[in-house]
Design a protein around this ligand. Sequence first.
Ligand code: SF4
Length: 448
Amino acid sequence: MPVSPSPLISKKVNIQTFGCQMNEYDTDKMLEVLRHQNFTYTDDCKEADLIILNTCSVRDKAEQKVYSLLGRLNPLKKKKPDLIIGVGGCVAQQEGEKILKRDKNVDLVFGTDNFFDLPEILKEVRLGNRVVQTARKAYKQKVRNFIPDFTFENVSKPGVKTYLAITKGCNNFCSFCIVPVTRGLEVSRKPDNILREARQLVEQGTKEICLLGQNVNSYNAEGVDFVELLGNLNKIPGLERIRFTSPHPKDFDESLADALRDLKSLCEQLHLPLQSGSDAVLQRMKRHYTLETYLKKVEILRSRVPHATISTDLIVGFPGETDADFEKTLEAMESVRFEQVYAFKYSIRPGTPAETLDGQLEESIKVERLQRVLETQDRIVTEKHREMMGTELEVLVEGAYPRDPSSRSGRSRGHHPVVIMKSDAAIGDLVQVRVTGAKKYSLEAETL
Ligand code: SF4
């Protein structure tokens, strides 16, 4: 039975985060909640009084990985019986009670909407109870406000670049994805709540905010849609850059393309997940667009913002993907010429409709297709980087370049990684540069 010190005594928490940006964002918010409970963060789980695994179920065999990680924490718990071990995030949402049954050292399991309840959950744990809290419906109002009971001013300094979640959950039910189950249906956060957090972040030094949502551009709350929200954020003095991820192609339209052209702070960059170039595969994925309609959206953007950069997600080896289907994905890559591609081999995620589809492919086919996607993209991005030689860019400095501390690294508005050679610019500076070198993964530049 964990008998932790009273909440008044300062304690240490270690959170291990897996998966997407939304999980990283949730971890930050958990830390804010826990700081109000007198916890400080530690990287070292040996000195922690509370260890939380913030889990992700997107990858293959996610549950087994969580159980094996928990197994590795057992010796720590033996040495320090007061240690509280918790599991949060998507695997916790899916597995719930099962986690407590399988690992006797776990004290608390909480779902993706329940980290606001950590103070009450910890109180229960300190009384000697093991707690599972994954209920969703009672938390809807809290989720809408996201930050219901706490004042988050001056508790931690955000980075020059930071995430800000504006929606949670998803209504799309793509056949390969577990998000609508683990994070529930889409809920949009209130606009005034978002704007308040954005202003606070800017006051504390943030220059760039990346809006997060599983289907970020279907945001709609209190009559404010995504484009109007972007317009309001664009008016915040000192907020130099706004990005967003991930939009769904079906919800990308002229008004958003106009915003990308017209709003000064909105970076001319779009991450638009394609997933496959084959209409037959897209249909089995339940993506609700065809290659033709996707390419039309790209055209809508490029007709307004010719220099906009576009990145995408691709899945290779989806059930039933033929050689001809796969060739269409490569053709789509040649046609759009993405700046960046996040490519994945399809792997079964338990509980998704795609799990039971016929035509699951051999691993060797997936490996080979992934390799061809990566080679194609390497060639395209190398060519694109070479085409940028001599062009001028604005770079937001993120820090010293690790391989040469007298240089600086940062990102352009188009999200190109840029190394500014021989520069003493400070973190957070916006620097005008000229591109002097083109590498596969970055650009080199000199200050203008
Ligand atoms: S849009 Fe599809 S892939 Fe993205 S979170 Fe929703 S269901 Fe998953």
